[in-house]
Design a protein. Structure first.
Length: 247
């Protein structure tokens, strides 16, 4: 029996990449998983690959849509125990060149999407007597990444939201934490990063090993399971010690 047996989870941006890897780990551990994603093709692939998951087409930047989809899924599933805020939109450019529409889209998906999902999920978590919220942060909060000013600012806001909500919701038995991956080898990332690029990132990691989506999924299982019963308000880096490298 898995450590998440009988639990109900929602993962935003769950169709591919890290989101799907977390879904894979949760389903393996016995959870029922709802995947919120705007990409219908990725959702169809995820449903075909994974057992015990349900595709939930949704634009997380649309507050009313998020509320409707999460309410419906929680109602049909008998409740909700876990929320993973993973959805993000990426656009990299020097800040002085960043188009306003790209800034707005990144904030709408990466920050507002997390706010709307928390608003919708919290009453269901409270009704269940507690649960776990996991926000996907990034090592970009701790180190400077070229052309990532807006992305880093959004992830920093999620770190702050994590700490604030850990206190606000702790009395209801809801644990709120964040996961901050370093470079993660996923199909999407590999489409824009060459083998040489991955090798450079590997050399900058003291463990000399980059994380995979499966590695992130294992840590997400820990943060959602009874093994982390008193872990709250932290941002857990999964980066092979990259951000504490002293030179």
């Amino acid at each position: 029996m898995g450590v998440l047996e009988g639990k109900v989870a929602i993962i935003t941006g769950g169709g591919g990449g890290i989101g799907r890897a977390i879904a894979r780990a949760y389903a393996r551990e016995g959870a029922k998983v709802g995947l919120l994603d705007i990409n219908a093709e990725l959702l169809a692939e995820a449903e075909q690959e994974l057992a015990n998951v349900q595709a939930l087409p949704c634009d997380v930047s649309d507050r009313a849509q998020v509320q409707r989809v999460i309410d419906a899924y929680a109602d049909q599933s008998g409740g909700l125990d876990i929320l993973v805020n993973n959805a993000a939109y990426f656009y990299y450019a020097p800040l002085v060149e960043m188009p306003e529409d790209q800034v707005c889209k990144m904030i709408d998906v990466g920050l507002k999407g997390a706010l709307w999902s928390l608003q919708a999920a919290t009453p269901h978590l409270i009704a269940r007597g507690g649960g776990s919220v996991i926000n996907l942060s990034s090592v970009a909060v701790s180190v400077s990444i070229k052309n990532a000013a807006v992305y880093s600012a959004i992830k920093g806001a999620l770190d702050t939201l994590t700490r604030q909500q850990a206190v606000e919701l702790g009395g209801y038995g809801i644990r709120v934490n964040a996961l901050a991956p370093g470079p993660v080898i996923t199909p999407g990332a590999s489409s824009v990063i060459s083998e040489e690029g991955w090798a450079t990132r590997r050399r900058r990691t003291p463990l000399n090993r980059l994380s995979t989506g499966e590695d992130i999924g294992e840590v997400a299982v820990f943060l959602a399971s009874p093994a982390s019963a008193t872990v709250a308000g932290v941002t857990l880096k999964v980066d092979g010690a990259m951000t504490v490298l002293g030179y």
